[in-house]
Design a protein around this ligand. Structure first.
Ligand code: ACO
Length: 436
């Protein structure tokens, strides 16, 4: 039988090394060697040993994980083994968050307890309102959100007990419970509206809509179609294995900081236009294009190297993003309530043209989750500044799951990559008057 090893011959020395290969769940997806095993490959005793060079982690597994599986070539996404399509069709967000965090679908009593615990933690300390008020009137909602999440760390000093499972559980409830409240407060601040308090008789997304859009009515009644649409969008965004923000969560969390600071760091990563900020950029791009007729001209400029087709392409998916497919369906349901977003026609035309264009086919560029989500959010009445915030709320469950998995993984240590130094060799300090 063939051995699960690889033999590397170092042509500098003629020596050969046999390194073990290990696998994840699948033998054809997730075979790896340990980077540290390369260190034994040396030209001399003083040699530090061989490293692997992999900017942006293009082909480096930073952890073993049992949370999310993605096969980008085949367009597959599963949380804990469950296909995203089934969860989006049959599940709800809080059930999905439980699944992502604890690895199993909850039984009825577990779900009731979980929903109760999250709902119990939706209210934030009154002082949070005070410092939110300190932000400038036109502050970006995501800026408010990131800062406020970090500030939660000062309200819950017990969160630093990261190796106490009970403390981790409470911080998890607090984080998932309070995210919609912070997000809604950030929105109300930007609109100059009074903050609306949580209504704990409503669902997770129903209550979020209440805190966002409640006006003078005694009791806010969310539209059930929009409430469900938002819930599906939250399911789709719960986790996405080792993406930029999950990696930030793990890397920052590996210093053993409390989870609020780590979530703030992850939220900061999500804010960037190449990650969670992309749907905001999609809308700006669609507006800039202006009409369906101008799409071919725009595609030409992208192919000419003038910018990117935002909402297209993905580091992992080299096929249609399965989340984008579900979102496209949700869009139609939402538009029946809100009326059709005129930007949809431009988006559909862009997709139609790009999917048959050689440039995009060759590079395997397909619509990603952000391509349609922004159009839905806009139709639902969200300003673009809220888009990354809407992403951060459901992704919190994924971040916390990734963080906890990292903390409990005996093989993990403080995250600290190596570098290949390319700077000067040692130099002598030169006094100012002698410098040329
Ligand atoms: N439009 C046009 N060309 C593109 C696009 C795009 N959206 N994305 C990649 N390409 C091209 C690149 O120019 C490059 O072409 P080249 O080989 O001729 O140089 C090739 O495709 C490979 O691109 P990379 O940048 O190497 O791909 P990478 O995997 O690093 O990038 C990323 C992935 C950042 C998502 C990229 O596709 C992109 O910028 N997309 C637009 C932004 C976006 O939609 N981000 C949301 C991602 S989903 C999420 O975070 C939830």
């Amino acid at each position: 039988m063939a051995k699960d090893t690889i033999t590397i011959v170092d042509n500098r020395t003629g020596r050969s090394y046999e390194l073990p290969i290990f696998y994840g769940t699948y033998r054809t997806y997730g075979a790896a060697i340990k980077g540290a095993d390369l260190r034994q490959i040396k030209v001399s005793e003083e040699d530090f040993g061989l490293m692997s060079y992999d900017p942006a982690f293009m082909n480096t597994a930073s952890c073993k994980s049992a949370i999310t599986f993605i096969d980008g070539e085949r367009g597959i996404l599963r949380y804990r083994g469950y296909p995203i399509e089934e969860l989006a069709e049959k599940g709800n967000y809080l059930e999905t968050a439980y699944l992502v965090l604890y690895g199993k679908l909850p039984v009825k009593s577990e779900l009731e307890r979980w929903v109760h615990d999250i709902t119990f933690h939706t209210i934030v300390h009154e002082n949070i309102k005070k410092f939110m008020d300190g932000f400038h009137h036109d502050a970006h909602a995501m800026g408010l959100f990131v800062s406020t999440v970090a500030a939660l760390s000062t309200f819950y000093p017990d969160a630093s007990n990261i190796f106490d499972p009970e403390s981790r559980k409470i911080q998890t409830h607090r984080l998932i419970g309070k995210m919609p409240t912070l997000a809604a407060f950030a929105y109300r601040h930007s609109q100059g509206l009074p903050y609306a308090y949580p209504d704990n008789d409503l669902s997770y997304t129903g209550n979020f809509l209440n805190m966002l859009f409640k006006m003078a009515e005694l009791r806010y009644k969310p539209n059930p179609i929009l409430e469900r649409a938002l819930d599906i969008l939250f399911i789709l965004h719960a986790d996405h294995e080792q993406n930029c923000s999950a990696n930030a969560m793990r890397a920052v969390g590996s210093s053993h900081v409390d989870p609020y600071c780590a979530v703030a760091a992850a939220s900061g990563a999500l804010y960037g236009p190449l990650h969670g900020g992309a749907n905001e950029q999609v809308l700006r791009m669609l507006k800039e294009i202006g009409s369906k007729e101008k799409v071919p001209e725009f595609v030409k400029t992208v192919k000419g190297g003038e910018g990117r087709l935002i909402g297209f392409g993905h580091r992992v998916y080299k096929n249609y993003d399965p989340r984008a497919k579900i979102i496209k369906k949700v869009a139609n349901q939402v538009f029946e309530v809100t009326g059709r977003n005129p930007l949809l026609d431009i988006a559909l035309e862009l997709e139609r043209i790009a999917l048959v264009d050689d440039y995009f086919i060759k590079r395997k560029l397909y619509p990603n989750v952000d391509f349609y989500s922004g159009i839905i959010y806009q139709a639902m009445g969200f300003p673009v500044e809220m888009f990354p915030v809407l992403f951060a709320i459901p992704r919190t469950s994924g971040w916390v799951a990734q963080w906890e998995e990292m903390l409990l993984d005996q093989e993990q240590k403080i995250s600290r990559p190596r570098q290949v130094y390319t700077g000067s060799d040692v130099r002598e300090y030169v006094q100012m008057e002698l410098r040329s």
